[in-house]
Design a binder for this molecule. Structure first.
Ligand code: AR6
Length: 172
């Protein structure tokens, strides 16, 4: 899998799928979630409501897929990262599961390019350095497990995450 690090707004990307750092209600929120729903329009929320009617809530670490609505990207994969509570509440394992389950959904839907925001590192307060290491390790390990998307993009919105990802990958 090719791994790319870029800085910018994930809603502007034209890829097969972008990932949303949502909450368990899937009803939208602030941060990247708010930006995706604003830019993607009501079709995304409509599908989220149908999913929630079926499953109740999306547990942290799991992922579901909807249309990209008005976004340049075809799909949105919604996942829920862990809320940081000090690090002894399975936060690392849940964050890793969130990335992994997005990748599994991508494979299932023949998605070749998947773009991730820095899940949990905003409102949910996960330390950025640890989160970046977990994200990269999970994506790399996924490649050993069988089928995988051709390209994973890490889209960093803030300078701190961007510098971290660059320092942890080869394209620095
Ligand atoms: N494009 C890419 N990354 C972005 C964008 C954007 N347009 N906007 C923010 N980020 P956050 P969380 C980055 O808070 O921590 C929501 O209310 C941001 O700089 O969006 O997983 C949900 O509904 C940060 O690095 O998500 C949940 O309630 C990263 O995205 C809660 O926030 C994640 O920050 C989820 O919190």
């Amino acid at each position: 899998m090719q791994i790319q690090v870029i800085r910018g707004d994930i809603t502007q990307l034209s890829v097969d799928a972008i990932v949303n750092a949502a909450n368990s209600s899937l009803m939208g929120g602030g941060g990247v979630d708010g930006a995706i729903h604003r830019a993607g329009g009501p079709a995304i929320l409509k599908e989220c409501k149908q999913i929630i009617a079926r499953i109740g809530r999306l547990p942290a670490g799991e992922a579901v897929i909807t249309t990209g609505g008005n976004l340049p990207s075809r799909y949105v994969i919604h996942t829920v990262g862990p809320v940081w509570k000090g690090g002894r509440n399975q936060e690392a394992a849940i964050l890793s599961a969130a990335y992994r389950n997005c990748l599994k959904l991508a494979v299932k839907h023949h998605i070749k390019q998947i773009a991730f925001p820095n899940i949990s590192t905003g409102i949910y307060g996960f330390p950025k350095d640890q989160a970046a290491r977990i994200a990269l390790k999970t994506v790399k390990e996924f490649c050993i497990s069988g089928e995988f998307p051709e390209e994973a993009l890490f889209v960093c919105f803030d300078e701190e995450n961007y510098s971290l990802y660059l320092s942890l990958t080869d394209n620095c």
